[in-house]
Design a protein around this ligand. Structure first.
Ligand SMILES: Cc1ncc(COP(=O)(O)OP(=O)(O)O)c(N)n1
Ligand SMILES: Cc1nc(C(=O)O)sc1CCOP(=O)(O)O
Ligand SMILES: [Mg+2]
Length: 210
């Protein structure tokens, strides 16, 4: 997969009435290099319509596009990949459906899950939740920056830190060894989405170099 540093996930409850495409385009203009469509409430048909629009936007800006949960939607819109949770399809089955060229990302909350994802051929892993988050209902307890240190010292596939990451605590995440970060609320809930993304982009470019 293409190198990435700043990963934004949609969260329409935080969009303050702004259009999905407008919000995500601001994020892209600020330096986000992966977008994930995450929609836990809409019908499959609505999710498909949003995915089509985001596919068009991400193509226009040459940004990677990932769909959360819905493998059929990811294939239907020719997304770059899918993000799976621990209770979703097993990686081998997802790989059979998606094919070798698509990106498969998996959430992990423990080093054993990270090891398993790597052995089974995940393209990247999510590492979290690092801090408390209000953006996910069925979330496990914070894994803390210690889990980042474990993953950074052992896992060789790309990993992205997620969960409660904000401008005020991102330094801790980077100091623990993360070079890629993913957010919902701090990005899509910002008054100045582009400006916030520019700040994260700058922080990652300077402090995030390994
Ligand atoms: C990059 C990234 N990491 C973790 C998650 C969480 O995925 P999952 O555990 O499947 O939970 P839901 O997002 O489906 O509620 C993610 N979406 N993206
Ligand atoms: C979708 C999601 N997955 C997590 C995990 O740990 O796997 S934490 C999370 C929510 C991230 O949102 P925010 O940046 O607003 O805290
Ligand atoms: Mg999921």
């Amino acid at each position: 997969m293409k190198e990435f540093k700043l990963y934004a996930i949609t969260g329409e409850e935080f969009h303050q009435g702004r259009e999905l495409i407008e919000v995500m385009e601001e994020a892209i203009l600020g330096g986000v290099d992966i977008i994930q469509l995450r929609d836990k409430t809409s019908s499959k048909r609505e999710v498909l319509m949003k995915a089509k629009a985001l596919r068009e936007l991400t193509k226009k800006h040459d940004v990677t596009f990932i769909v959360n949960d819905h493998i059929d939607v990811a294939l239907a819109v020719d997304a770059d990949g899918i993000h799976l949770g621990q209770d979703d399809l097993p990686l081998a089955d997802a790989r059979n459906i998606m094919g070798q060229d698509k990106i498969i990302g998996i959430s992990t909350h423990h080093i054993d899950e990270a090891r398993e994802a790597q052995v089974n051929g995940a393209d990247y892993i999510g590492v979290g939740p690092i801090f408390h988050t209000n953006s996910k209902v069925d979330v496990v307890d914070p894994v803390t920056t210690e889990y980042i240190q474990q993953v950074a010292s052992e896992i060789t596939i790309p990993f992205v830190a997620i969960g409660g990451i904000k401008l005020h605590n991102v330094d801790q995440v980077i100091e623990a060894g993360a070079t890629r970060i993913c957010m919902i609320s701090e990005i899509v809930g910002a008054d100045d989405i582009k400006g916030v993304c520019e700040q994260f982009t700058k922080i990652l470019a300077t402090k995030g170099e390994k």
